[in-house]
Design a binder for this molecule. Structure first.
Ligand SMILES: Cc1cc2nc3c(=O)[nH]c(=O)nc-3n(C[C@H](O)[C@H](O)[C@H](O)COP(=O)(O)O)c2cc1C
Length: 178
């Protein structure tokens, strides 16, 4: 089966997540069509039979080119089994109301685009302090302090649960085959 793995990534963690998904998809014997939705290229020569999209939350929203892509491709996305991985920091917050907010980020995307993925995973992203410029580092530290994440900007921190991601992909593939 051809499976489209579409992603957008500002700082690289969602790309890493999409790459892992592609690895799992290929290991399960399918063909992963890896696609950065901001590349403006056509995403496949052959029509994908299932789709997994991944996008990060930055300043409370998904990147605009990703939302535009989903809106533009809505009819196709509705026509195949689909899954969505929402990447954020709030989902690993110490505070329940922030985790709850993160669980609702995908609802906003669905309301804005009309696409309802068959499965949704809310995955924790990363803080790559050493790669940010001054302003981003300042924003990220504020965000981290607010939700109990580490604020030592001399290091990077990865919160993604790779085992959970692998299970999510396996469940999705099992559902597609069923
Ligand atoms: C400038 C900045 C703003 C962010 N804003 C939010 C936010 O509003 N809510 C949230 O849950 N995570 C927020 N994050 C955390 C990102 O979702 C997390 O770092 C994720 O791994 C980024 O994915 P990417 O590396 O693919 O861009 C922010 C991160 C940065 C650097």
């Amino acid at each position: 089966m051809n499976i489209l793995i579409g992603f957008v990534s500002i700082e690289g963690q969602t790309r890493k997540i999409a790459e892992k998904i592609a690895e799992h998809v290929e290991k399960a014997g399918h063909r992963a069509v890896f696609f950065n939705v901001t590349s403006m290229a056509e995403y496949a020569l052959e029509r994908p039979e299932a789709v997994i999209l991944c996008a990060p939350i930055h300043a409370g929203r998904y990147p605009a080119p990703f939302v535009d892509f989903v809106r533009r491709e809505r009819d196709f996305l509705k026509s195949v089994p689909s899954a969505f991985v929402s990447v954020s920091l709030f989902i690993r917050s110490e505070f329940e109301e922030e985790r709850e907010e993160a669980r609702h980020f995908p609802d906003t995307l669905m309301a804005e685009t009309g696409w309802t993925p068959g499965r949704v995973l809310n995955a924790a992203g990363a803080l790559r302090y050493t790669e940010y410029d001054f302003f981003k580092r300042w924003m990220a530290k504020r965000l981290a302090a607010r939700e109990g994440a580490p604020t030592d900007a001399s290091q990077n921190f990865e919160f993604t649960d790779w085992a959970e991601l692998e299970r999510f992909v396996a469940d999705f593939l099992a559902g597609v085959r069923a």
